[in-house]
Design a protein around this ligand. Structure first.
Ligand SMILES: CC(C)(COP(=O)(O)OP(=O)(O)OC[C@H]1O[C@@H](n2cnc3c(N)ncnc32)[C@H](O)[C@@H]1OP(=O)(O)O)[C@@H](O)C(=O)NCCC(=O)NCCSC(=O)C[C@H](O)C(=O)O
Ligand code: MG
Length: 293
């Protein structure tokens, strides 16, 4: 269904919002994020869950969020709200349904079967949140369990909790998990989003984490506050220099046609660099087509 190697949808900035927060739901219509996750899980108190579910489904059906990718994060398998959330989300037909704490390929297949049984539209994909040690150790099989699964999402708060680790600059305690999840997603040809940065007032720390996430290979970052959107949009788009380099590489390759290896800016260029350059330009064009930033 979706293969991040052959299709590209910008997911630089994907903003969570509590679906119980009417002001946030309204504000998000004008926030320049690539995607919105209407949360029914951790950001919503148990008493508020039924009303939040209705609000999230109404928001998705409203057509008022423009070109943004709309995702409903339902409560996890085994919780008292899961079945009603799944039924409501499938009827609303968002771009995707995100499910927290997915731990195995079997759970992915169970979720996809539930989506089919509930009549989710074909275009609604599954996003699996990976946020436990057991998920880190099974990311490849989770990612490849179904063509309907399009995106893995890091849940770094839960992962820190489960590891008895700490949130520190540079995220050393999380690097093994982040790396395993990236390997699993890419091996299966799926997109993968980095986790959230909790300190909403710490711009420097946030931007450093965006930079790290992009360097590692994440497609974008999940966010918790509107103030984080612009930084993520810039960090995860190809820079002007990267676009110029990509064009230069393609030109140099074209001129040296048939030689198998050329140089550009004194550096060796082989077919693999040409493929990377093409990906950079595909990303650039897709972001330009959004008509913002
Ligand atoms: C973190 C917040 C609680 C901060 O809230 P607040 O102090 O009210 O922020 P501001 O006063 O600066 O808000 C300014 C305006 O922006 C709107 N706003 C705030 N956050 C959002 C948002 N996420 N989406 C849309 N709009 C938002 C406010 O309503 C203000 O609007 P206005 O009054 O009209 O000017 C808060 O930002 C927040 O609740 N964030 C989301 C929290 C959330 O969704 N958490 C769950 C997901 S994170 C997670 O669990 C990941 C994973 O599972 C893991 O394990 O890591
Ligand atoms: Mg979580």
């Amino acid at each position: 269904m979706t293969d991040s190697r052959t299709t590209f949808r910008p997911r630089r900035s994907v903003l969570y919002m509590p679906s119980s927060n009417a002001r946030a739901l309204e504000k998000a219509k004008s926030i320049a994020c690539d995607g919105i996750i209407f949360d029914l899980e951790d950001a919503v108190a148990p008493d508020a869950k039924p009303e939040a579910r209705e609000s999230a489904c109404a928001a998705v059906s409203s057509g008022e969020y423009g070109r943004r990718e709309l995702v409903i994060r339902i409560n996890g398998i085994g919780t008292p709200w899961h079945d009603d959330d799944m039924a409501g989300a499938c009827a609303a037909g968002p771009d995707a349904i995100a499910v927290p704490k997915v731990n195995s390929a079997e759970e992915v297949r169970q979720l996809v079967a539930a989506m089919e049984k509930a009549g989710a539209p074909e275009r609604t994909t599954l996003w699996a949140m990976v946020e436990t040690p057991v998920a880190m150790l099974h990311c490849e099989e989770i990612a490849e369990a179904s063509p309907r699964l399009s995106v893995l999402v890091m849940g770094t708060n839960d992962l820190v909790k489960e590891l008895y680790a700490e949130h520190v600059p540079g995220r050393q305690p999380l690097l093994a998990g982040l790396g395993l999840a990236l390997l699993g997603a890419r091996a299966a040809g799926k997109a993968i989003l980095d986790g959230v940065y909790n300190d909403v007032k710490n711009v420097e720390g946030f931007l450093a984490e965006c930079e790290q996430g992009r360097q590692m290979g994440f497609d974008g970052k999940t966010l918790i506050h509107p103030g984080q959107v612009e930084g993520a949009n810039i960090a995860f788009r190809p820079s002007d220099a990267a676009v110029e380099d990509a064009r230069g590489i393609l030109d140099a390759w074209e001129q040296g046609k048939g030689t198998g290896v050329v140089t550009y800016n004194r550096k060796m260029i082989e077919n693999l660099h040409v493929e990377s350059a093409q990906r950079t330009l595909t990303m650039h064009d897709a972001i330009e087509a959004l008509g913002q930033d």
